[in-house]
Design a protein around this ligand. Structure first.
Ligand code: NAD
Length: 506
């Protein structure tokens, strides 16, 4: 057991310094693998958040006026520091999130794609210029940073999501305030040290740790110009509605309930392997995890169940410190209880339990927050396990009779983050990609997460607002376009007043 003395008290990162919390309120950070408390995280008060935002606002103009070449040079140094400190980062991420080392490496690699895109910011903020649009008038439009912008991040990607939310914002000249997830705050605090080492001016990168109080101040503070939120759907909706009410630009990405449609012609061995990784990886705590596999036709379903049952039963659930672990715990005891309860309810609503993750020794005996891989068959729309996002390794089979039925069901669902189809039939794939109402679509790809230089966002309840995370849209989201018309005339040029609306016919 960890003793009380070993529990670290964390800080905020404000004005370029680790800053102790003053509110007197703390959250507990767990090692989900052991169930031990490893740190206390300060929960910022409204006043502390206000002070942090004010510091960011003070230093913003200098950063705005720094050349984009200089800014991106610092982002490049930051990128190199991430790779140089990979082992330390992996250790922190695995310890506070419970994910496996391989999974954490994948997360860092995908996060670096966003940093790479930000290094290319000069290309993405180029403006447009027109000469002689009127008498001696030239016009140009140029992208300017917004000012102080905020990111609010979820627990399940301690580094990838914050990097995706903030790298471009910094590169294009904003001051960023990150409200990191209070469940995995240590990664963002470590990242703060790397920004400082890279030479980022104090105050351009701020981490405010906290909960609703900090978030509500971010939503209401007039200095905050834009908010990038990633988290669950109810909170995303709240952030979008409240932030918009206070006049901010908001993109709020929510949860997912992602389907894998399996056509009868697909190679079921390949499908099963793809499903297992995409469904159970990271203990299913990914917004793009496959929740439901939808075989088309009873024969496809029966064959698939047989293959899946054997493969899922062989999965190893355990600690990130053991190299052959397939996936680790969920983030908290509360989360574990919620997943186990969702399985119970699914069974009582009529689903058939094919693989039962409630029965593993590690689930019953470990103090870590483990849930074994669970697969429920004969799940139907209307059952809670089908309708709600379950953020843990309880997955479903929904049997359908046709591709049309699969598309209709998926399109009716409240969430529309990711979806994929496995087939060798190009016509089926084309019908699917054309008719499906989901933001990120795969064809024979288990998790269709776009690479960092493509835009990322779902549809429907998976995204509120028009912006994207990842991709070139970040440069648009974190800048405002100003259009300038200018004329330089010789001092003796003849002029007269004109009262007609300018028509630029001269
Ligand atoms: P969450 O919504 O509980 O928390 C996200 C952030 O919001 C945290 O920083 C948290 O402190 C804050 N927050 C929580 N409740 C709040 C409230 N009532 N008022 C103000 N702020 C609040 O999400 P989570 O559990 O940390 O993350 C998992 C969720 O995030 C899942 O639903 C997952 O699908 C989603 N997610 C979505 C994407 C995506 O790209 N669409 C990516 C990753 C995670």
């Amino acid at each position: 057991m960890t003793t009380a003395q070993e529990v670290t008290t964390l800080s905020h990162f404000i004005g370029g310094e680790m800053t102790a919390g003053k509110s007197g309120r703390y959250g507990l950070v767990y090692n989900p693998t052991t169930g031990e408390v490893i740190a206390k995280v300060p929960l910022a008060s409204v006043e502390e958040t206000r002070v942090a935002i004010a510091k960011a606002q003070t230093v913003f103009p200098k950063w705005r006026d720094t050349s984009v070449a200089k800014r991106t040079e610092i982002v490049l140094k930051f990128r190199n520091l991430i790779t140089e400190n990979m082992d330390e980062l992996l250790q922190i991420i695995c310890r506070e999130s419970g994910k496996t080392v391989e999974d954490a490496k994948g997360e860092i690699t995908r996060g670096l794609e966003s940093v790479d895109l930000a290094i290319g910011a000069p290309h993405l903020v180029k403006g447009e210029y027109s000469v002689d649009v009127g008498g001696q008038i030239n016009a140009y439009s140029a992208k300017y940073p917004l000012g102080v912008v905020a990111a609010i991040s979820p627990f399940n990607f301690p580094i990838m999501v914050p990097l995706a939310q903030t790298s471009m914002a910094i590169a294009v000249g904003n001051a960023v305030v990150l409200k990191a997830s209070e469940r995995v705050p240590m990664t963002s605090l470590y990242v703060s040290e790397l920004w400082k080492k890279a030479g980022l001016p104090d105050g351009i990168w701020t981490v405010v740790n906290g909960d609703k109080d900090a978030v509500n101040e971010i939503l209401e503070n007039p200095s905050v110009q834009a908010i990038s939120f990633v988290g669950s759907t109810p909170v995303a909706k709240y952030i979008y509605e409240t932030g918009s009410k206070y006049g901010k630009r908001v993109t709020a990405l929510g949860g997912g309930k992602n389907n894998m449609v399996v056509m009868p012609d697909a190679d079921l061995e390949q499908v099963a392997n793809a499903f297992i990784g995409a469904a159970y990886g990271a203990a299913s705590q990914r917004c793009m995890a496959i929740s439901t596999i939808m075989p088309v036709g009873q024969d496809t379903a029966d064959r698939l169940v047989g293959i899946l049952k054997d493969k899922i039963s062989a999965l190893k659930v355990g600690s990130y410190t053991e190299p052959d672990t397939d996936f680790g715990p969920v983030i908290s005891q509360q989360s574990k209880d919620a997943v186990l309860a969702a399985i119970d309810r699914g069974e009582s609503e009529g689903a058939t339990v094919v693989c039962d993750g409630r029965d593993l020794d590690i689930v019953k005996e470990s103090k870590g927050f483990f849930v074994g891989p669970t697969l429920l068959d004969n799940v139907k729309p209307g059952m809670e396990i089908y309708e709600q996002e379950v953020f843990g390794p309880a997955r479903n089979i929904v049997r359908v009779d046709s591709l049309d039925e699969a598309i209709e069901l998926i399109n009716q669902h409240e969430l529309g983050n990711g979806v994929t189809i496995f087939t060798n039939d190009g016509f089926a794939a084309r019908q699917f990609t054309t008719q499906i109402d989901v933001g990120m679509v795969g064809v024979n790809v288990p998790i269709p997460i776009p690479v960092g230089y493509h835009n990322f966002a779902g549809f429907k309840g998976s995204r509120f607002g028009e912006g994207h995370m990842f991709g070139p849209d970040q440069a648009r989201f974190f800048t405002k376009t100003k259009t300038v018309s200018e004329r330089w005339m010789t001092s003796n040029a003849s002029t007269s007043s004109t009262f007609a609306f300018p028509s630029n016919n001269d």
